[in-house]
Ligand binder design. Structure first.
Ligand code: ZN
Ligand code: ZN
Length: 561
């Protein structure tokens, strides 16, 4: 294998960048950067030059020359390999993001303790970058936009990101083919949190669809089975069309918008039907004497048995009565308390639980004890001004390394609600994570366990936890589990909620809003909550103001706090 100049130059360029990220001597890192520059522009291929001649090339000394020979012989650079091994892959990925040079990445890593692109995007949304030298408002905005662009090019999207695009293309198709049927299906119809491709069932003629989409800049991809065409366009998201006729439409819709496990159980119970001819999806169910199961619930086989009886009404967006978990300008939010109150009233909410960060979250301007007193005074004033609307005094309290909270009982007792979350030292074993989480759950002041695993969808897997044990502990201590509605969190995972409900643990759908714009995320929490079959009775943020006041009072009495 012969390695060309571009390849060799790339090795040196990456080496120089990684050394900069690690804060190595700038004289050394610069010499590698210069070598990359020289090699890239060198008129002849280095691979064709005898080893002993390489050292005499202008700008290439002994050290660099030896490395060029090493690459030529092995295709690799040992030193670079070592740096790659010692750098979190997310940081290397960040080098692809325009505007983020090695020096900035070093700050991101060492000071912000961020190791992946997704985490960095999340930090931009929380305004965290502004606290660091070299990161102004403009830089933060640029980084945010570039990351969004970069992630869009990876092919998988958060539901919330795919949504706007799905709606737009759906409208376009329906407008262009008024006589044909198009119905969104697949992951999108099932309200799955991550969308790998957008799917439709359609009666359209494939030749016409092809002509239309090609005009729009899409090209066809090899499809895996007959009756299906896949396109990819400039947005890099796959569009998959299931082709059928009028009579087969409902059957195809049913099959493509049911999860695998569900579909297998269905076919086991009622037999496999090769061609499903039904006038509507409803009639597929009624023909089997089963109540209609919406596609978002077609996941676990157990739902089929349950649907022989009428299913409970699942939660809807309008069942959310107040905003629980939100940050104001007092910590890392973008709006003042008053602005947040006004926005709540305008949207018809009855209350707001303000939960700024606690003092350990120094990066988020967490509240030291004196500022809590001041904030409570401000809340009291707002409550007089805006009555009957109510702001509850809450806090998002950091769970420390030993499972303790970062305020004394004296301070904790001044809050109506305490949300406890882990924000630091996220890289830990399950034992360590469980020690911290159980410690927090057993603390009598904890009302809600915030974003349980710390995951950021498509960017950070979250620390390992024993879901069952946490749910048992929450049941024993009457702690509510948050369903963080931020579309990148959606944590607790909806797949565990059914178990929590079985154990009579209450869930709270919370937007974790860092601005009034963040209230809209409630919607994404509700969508996954529906997948878990949550009713409004099991959701804390569905309580009316009066009910929440009673809940808080009774809880404090039971806990003796
Ligand atoms: Zn948090
Ligand atoms: Zn928060």
């Amino acid at each position: 294998m012969v390695f060309d100049n571009d390849y060799i130059a790339e090795q040196f360029s990456l080496l120089s960048k990684l050394m900069d990220i690690h804060g190595e001597n700038s004289f050394k890192t610069k010499s590698y950067a210069i070598a990359a520059f020289t090699i890239e522009r060198f008129p002849d291929q280095l691979s064709g030059i005898p080893s002993d001649k390489i050292f005499s090339i202008k700008g290439i000394g002994d050290a660099i020359g030896k490395k060029i020979i090493e690459i030529g012989e092995t295709g690799e650079l040992r030193l670079l390999k070592e740096y790659i091994q010692n750098t979190p892959p997310g940081l290397i990925e960040m080098l692809n993001i325009k505007g983020l040079g090695p020096k900035k990445i070093a700050t991101v890593w060492k000071e912000m303790e961020i190791e992946s692109v997704g985490e960095l995007l999340y930090a931009c949304n929380e305004n965290r970058l502004l606290l660091y030298k070299g990161f102004g408002e403009k830089t933060q905005k640029n980084i945010k936009e570039t990351i969004e662009f970069y992630l869009r090019n990876q092919g998988s999207y958060l539901y919330a990101e795919a949504e706007g695009f799905a709606t737009a293309i759906d409208q376009k198709l329906k407008q262009n083919f008024p006589g044909e049927k198009f119905e969104a299906t697949g992951e999108y119809r099932r309200q799955i949190e991550i969308i790998n491709q957008l799917e439709w069932v359609t009666t359209v003629d494939p030749t016409n669809l092809l002509a239309f989409l090609e005009k729009e800049g899409y090209s066809t991809q090899p499809a895996s089975e007959a009756g299906k065409i896949i396109f990819k366009g400039p947005e890099n998201i796959a569009l998959c069309f299931h082709l059928t006729d009028q009579t087969g439409f409902s059957g195809r819709l049913f099959k493509t918008s049911s999860g695998n496990e569900f579909l297998q159980a269905w076919e086991l119970a009622f037999g496999e039907e090769e061609s499903m001819i039904y006038p509507s999806e409803e009639e597929i169910f009624s023909s089997k004497n089963v109540n209609f199961i919406p596609s978002y619930l077609r996941e676990k086989p157990s739902i089929i048995e349950r649907a022989k009886q009428p299913l409970a009404r699942t939660i809807q967006k309008e069942d959310i009565k107040g905003i629980i978990h939100s940050h104001s300008k007092w910590s890392d939010g973008s709006n003042t308390l008053e602005e947040m109150v006004r926005a709540c009233i305008e949207k018809g909410y009855e209350y707001l639980v303000i939960s700024d960060h606690s003092k350990s979250a120094f990066y988020a301007n967490g509240l030291v004890e004196d500022r809590i007193k001041e904030q409570h005074q401000a809340i009291d004033e707002l409550n007089t001004q805006f009555s009957p609307f109510k702001v509850f005094k809450g806090i998002e309290c950091d769970i420390l390394n030993d499972g303790n909270l970062d305020y004394s009982a004296n301070i904790l007792s001044t809050f109506d609600l305490v949300i406890t979350s882990i924000h630091s030292n996220l890289k830990m074993s399950m034992d360590k994570a469980m020690l911290r989480l159980i410690g927090a759950i057993e603390n009598p002041y904890t009302t809600i366990l915030g974003h349980m695993t710390g995951r950021l969808l498509l960017s950070r897997p979250g620390y390992p936890v024993d879901h069952q044990k946490i749910i048992h502990a929450c049941a024993a201590n009457q702690v509510v589990i948050e369903l963080n509605a931020h579309p990148r969190r959606l944590d607790i995972d909806w797949r565990w909620i059914e178990y929590a409900l079985e154990k009579e643990v209450m869930i709270s759908i919370d937007p974790d809003a860092h601005s009034i714009g963040g209230y809209k995320d409630i919607k994404y929490g509700v969508l996954v909550a529906q997948k878990a079959g949550i009713t409004k009775e099991s959701n804390l943020s569905s309580k009316t103001l009066l009910q929440l006041e009673t809940f808080i009072k009774e809880r404090k009495k039971v806990k003796g706090i």
